[in-house]
Design a protein around this ligand. Structure first.
Ligand code: ADP
Ligand code: MG
Length: 258
């Protein structure tokens, strides 16, 4: 089938900040690359944390997703090869903050990324989109372009707060913008086995999302928080760390090769 040669497009989304979207985007993308998959990481967050997190200078870079969304330049002209195996990047920078407003009057404003991705869907195995912490037009572009959405949930007290709003947005997108969008899975992040709270959150999230919850749970791991300041995915920063092991497990789970 023709579709077997098309990339699977996964949006990593949760409107809360600090839940592990960027950490998951960078490390899932890098681990899939190590497993032989050709991956394009799309940074659609104006903060550009995925961009700097894999060692691309977001201050001095002409290639950006802004050019794609606002100037309708092709993605190929704005793609950067990273230092890492099979891993390519569509970078972001702070200029993208303006796009949220500049897109408002645009025709088919929710479809800009989807239309741009069509051209390159045959060139990759996976396209991973790191979303900003909001449910605005940038996230809507990601959800409209995606085949599936992966939702990271931090194991903390307010874990489930705001998830209703996110699920509601996902069903609105399914209804109006992208009928075939599916929930790829729910990923528990920053788990701390020493606290009852973490264990309670795992139980609650499993009750709510059932078999949609990945069996891989991401623990708190200092190496994971250090890696971005070195511009490296965890697998390249410290391949022996727990963080590296669990993101490799997640990549295998996504590939269904446990
Ligand atoms: P988001 O993209 O959702 O805002 P990030 O992935 O940037 O979240 O994570 C927020 C912060 O927590 C970052 O400083 C990151 O390095 C750190 N972090 C993320 N996951 C872990 C983890 N499993 N263990 C330790 N620190 C983590
Ligand atoms: Mg982020």
């Amino acid at each position: 089938m023709f579709h077997d040669f098309m990339a699977r497009v996964i949006a990593i989304a949760n409107q809360k900040g600090g839940v592990g979207k960027t950490t998951t985007s960078v490390n899932l993308a890098a681990c899939l690359g190590v497993l032989g998959q050709k991956v394009l990481l799309v940074d659609i967050d104006p903060q550009g944390n995925s961009t700097s997190g894999i060692g691309i200078d977001k201050m001095n870079n002409d290639k950006t997703i802004y050019n794609v969304l606002i100037n309708e330049e092709p993605i190929v002209n704005n793609t950067v090869k990273t230092d890492y195996e099979n891993l390519y990047l569509l970078p972001s920078n702070i200029q993208l903050a303006g796009a949220e407003i500049e897109l408002v009057p645009a025709i088919s404003r929710e479809y800009k990324l989807k239309n741009a991705i069509e051209d390159i869907k045959g060139d990759y195995d996976f396209i991973i989109i790191d979303c900003p912490p909001s449910l605005g037009l940038l996230t809507l572009n990601a959800l409209t372009a995606a085949d599936t959405v992966l939702v990271p949930i931090q194991c903390e007290y307010y874990a489930l707060e705001g998830l209703g709003q996110l699920m509601n947005t996902i069903s609105l997108v399914q209804k109006h913008l992208n009928k075939s969008l599916e929930v790829e899975g729910v990923l528990l992040t920053m788990f701390d086995a020493r606290t009852n709270l973490s264990i309670q959150v795992v139980d609650e999230v499993k009750k709510y999302f059932k078999n949609k919850v990945y069996s891989t749970i991401i623990p708190r791991n200092v190496r994971l928080s250090e890696a971005p300041s070195h511009g490296k995915p965890i697998i390249n920063y410290d391949s022996k760390s727990r963080g590296s092991e669990v993101y490799m497990d997640l990549a295998k789970e996504v590939l269904d090769i446990e």
